[in-house]
Design a protein around this ligand. Structure first.
Ligand code: PRT
Ligand code: ZN
Length: 300
């Protein structure tokens, strides 16, 4: 074990698609911070938690080497680095603590328009450009396809038109980049989103306590984002029907209404998003005065 002071270091992306939501998540967990003069570290003011702002590619390595206790990066980067580290040393390089609800994209094959290539099986003996060589090699091996993986660090989508590859495997979100480069999307090999990583090293108790607190708060933030507090008036006779319509709810609180024997007030927390269709079904079941409110904080 190293002799580090008991402050927790969390690595997040310095500037990119995951930065804003990662900082927002830490702030919602209660962290107030001041950025250092070099903008590479944000010092926690009210918790023993400092945030290192780095390139996303460096995050898994910083967590593996125990330079940082926690890290947030896309599963695409995490899985690529995990496979790479496992080749060097056959022990899990870090722990993936949980999935986060942002940074969604997919790692997928794509074939040039008009080419005879249509699926992974047709890639036998061909060249595939990608920034994810370990994931792609691992996938091809499992599919029993022998192909050459050409590593690109960016602009993978132009590799076929440059004559450098026959197909690509890259991240896709809306699909607009593929269309603009005359590529057809094929098989998805990884559904990706941001994940929270922890060092594989056992942490001292004073750090473990804060990591535990932080994790519980992350859990709360994730639940709150989806949760809604619903209030309505409903016929007593329709209570079972109404409870069945509410997504992910626990037993509702049922309160009497002044001067009404047949109707009650119903309050409930739904742990899933509530859509207009649900409200329409509640109304059809006899509910009136239906209010849906956001939940500010939650501790399960
Ligand atoms: O500087 P640094 O190395 O930290 O940043 P970066 O440029 O490597 O990463 P960045 O900020 O682009 O992405 C960070 C993470 O966001 C990725 O590792 C993914 O986990 C996630 N993410 C989500 C995406 C996308 N969506 C995405 N669409 N990362 C990249 N893209 C790119 C993709 O590579 C392709 O070029 O967007 C293009 C496709 O988008 P569509 O919408 O046209 O399909
Ligand atoms: Zn990167």
């Amino acid at each position: 074990m190293t002799d580090k002071p008991a402050r927790i270091k969390v690595a997040i992306q310095k500037s990119g698609r995951l930065t804003e939501q990662s900082l927002d998540l830490l702030q919602r967990c209660g962290l107030k911070y001041t950025k250092g003069p070099d903008q590479l570290i944000a010092f926690g003011e009210n918790m023993p938690v400092d945030v290192l702002l780095v390139r996303d590619d460096d995050i898994p390595g910083l967590v593996r080497d125990d330079v940082c206790d926690l890290g947030i990066a896309g599963l695409n980067i995490v899985e690529e680095k995990r496979l790479h580290f496992l080749q060097q040393e056959p022990i899990e390089p870090f722990r993936i603590l949980r999935s986060l609800d942002y940074g969604h994209c997919r790692l997928a094959f794509a074939y040039p328009d008009g080419s005879p290539l249509r699926n992974v099986a047709s890639l036998e003996g061909r060249r595939i450009a990608t920034s994810y060589p370990s994931i792609v090699r691992d996938y091809l091996r499992r599919q029993n396809v022998t192909a050459t993986v050409v590593e690109f660090s960016g602009a993978v989508e132009i590799a076929p038109s440059l004559g450098r590859a026959d197909a690509i495997c890259d991240l896709v979100s809306t699909g607009a980049t593929l269309i603009a480069n005359k590529l057809r999307e094929g098989e998805t090999i990884l559904e990706s989103h941001a994940v929270l990583l922890q060092t594989p090293v056992q942490v001292p108790p004073e750090k473990a306590e804060w990591i535990g607190k932080l994790l519980q708060r992350v859990e709360g933030v994730m639940q709150v984002r989806e949760s809604k507090y619903i209030m309505m008036h409903a016929p007593k006779a329709a209570l079972a029907q109404i409870a069945a319509l509410l997504p992910g709810s626990e037993a509702p609180t049922v309160l009497p209404l002044d001067g009404r024997d047949d109707r009650v007030a119903v309050h409930v927390v739904c742990r899933e998003n509530v859509f207009w269709e649900t409200l329409e079904s509640l109304k059809a079941a006899g509910a009136t005065s239906v209010l849906v409110m956001p939940v500010e904080k939650m501790l399960a």
